[in-house]
Design a protein around this ligand. Structure first.
Ligand code: SF4
Length: 363
């Protein structure tokens, strides 16, 4: 690998210029605090003009909850401890009453969004989803339905024998407000074949985002790392996300987290440590020059690291997340309420502000 002049690369990053994959690889090996300082500078560059010029001082968060409507899934990802088959005694599909109860609790807590995702249930029909979306839209109009990751949407298109664009358009008409970036993991097919061979490939994942953005549904982009991928493949993942954003422009935010290996089939020799998490997030902030928001991942890293991550490129503290099942099935996760989140943000030197899915301030 050619060693690039550090001063030249530093200047380039500080000027907000786009870096290449080769430069990203070079940066990845710099001292952690150096990388953090550059990511912090890029965070300020990306956010300074927002919120009436106060974006540099503000760290946002959202009050929402996960609704995992079913755990039945026939994709059997090796990193997943959440799924069940229909033969397992503890498989479920939530009833409308159970979903309403969760939405009532969310509303009482001032929540504004649900993250609705589930396994790839082989039998639930199109009408079940459309009725559910319409019901939530009518009964809880103040709640954004952030739902159905690209692999789920591709699964629906196959199961319902409908064109993907039609599924997404019909769901949008029924109340779907935005799409989570779940199931991205690493958008490199060598990796996907190893960790989730039955899941959609990278091109299909990106195709869903392309169509969703064309239909004016915005989405998030994610990365789950620290399993079988190389550093080069992490950068390739970032490259694919950045290229997609250049094409369709609908990603509101990027979120990365580390693989949680407990209770899963996939084993790793060395679980990803804090330094590597911070290094990867910082690099993502610098590389993804066309995505404004980066969320810190305190749910897997813990509140303290979530706070530190605000100095490594993140400008958002994610969500209060009243319920979380998927990551917590596979290992350690942390819980925080809104007051705790606000206190952590303030302690880190920022002003905490609530937001909606589109990063508009709510208070
Ligand atoms: S990660 Fe999603 S698609 Fe994969 S097995 Fe788990 S629930 Fe199914």
């Amino acid at each position: 690998m050619v060693s690039l002049n550090q001063d030249v690369l530093t200047e380039k990053v500080l000027a907000g210029e786009r870096i290449s994959a080769q430069e990203a690889l070079e940066l990845y090996h710099w001292r952690l605090e150096q990388l953090g300082a550059l990511a912090n500078a890029r965070r300020d560059l990306a956010k300074t003009k927002s919120y009436d010029g106060r974006g540099g001082e503000i760290v946002t968060y959202i009050v929402d909850r996960n609704i995992n409507y079913t755990n039945v899934c026939n994709v059997y990802c090796k990193f997943c401890a959440f799924y069940r088959t229909e033969r397992d005694e503890d498989h479920y599909v939530l009833s409308l009453e159970q979903i309403d109860q969760k939405l009532d609790e969310l509303s009482a807590a001032g929540g504004v969004q649900i993250l609705m995702q589930g396994g790839h249930h082989p039998k639930l029909p199109f009408r079940w989803y459309v009725d559910l979306l319409q019901h939530i839209r009518e009964k809880y109009p103040h709640v954004n339905i952030h739902g159905f990751s690209p692999p789920e949407l591709q699964h629906f298109a196959e199961t319902f024998r409908m064109p993907l664009r039609e599924v997404i358009a019909e769901f949008k008409n029924a109340g779907l407000g935005s799409i989570p970036g779940g199931g991205g993991e690493i958008l490199v097919d060598r990796v996907r074949k190893k960790i989730s061979p039955l899941k959609i490939n990278s091109d299909r994942w990106l195709e869903v985002m392309q169509i969703a953005h064309e239909l004016e549904l915005r989405s998030s982009a994610t990365m789950m790392f620290g399993h079988v991928e190389t550093i080069e493949e992490r950068i390739e993942h970032l490259q694919r996300i950045r290229d997609q954003q250049d094409r369709s422009g609908g990603f509101t935010a990027f979120i990365c987290w580390t693989f949680q290996p407990q209770h899963t089939v996939l084993k790793v020799k060395h679980p990803t440590g804090v330094a590597e998490y911070l290094r990867t997030q910082a690099l993502s902030r610098i590389f993804l020059d066309n995505i404004d928001n980066v969320q810190s991942s305190w749910v897997t890293q813990g509140p303290g690291i979530g706070q530190v991550a605000l100095k490594y490129g993140a400008n958002d503290f994610g969500s209060v997340m009243m319920e979380e099942n998927v990551v917590s099935s596979a290992g350690t996760t942390f819980r925080l309420n809104a007051a705790q989140i606000e206190s952590l943000i303030r302690d880190a030197g920022y002003e905490p502000r609530r937001r909606n899915n589109w990063y508009e301030l709510l208070n």
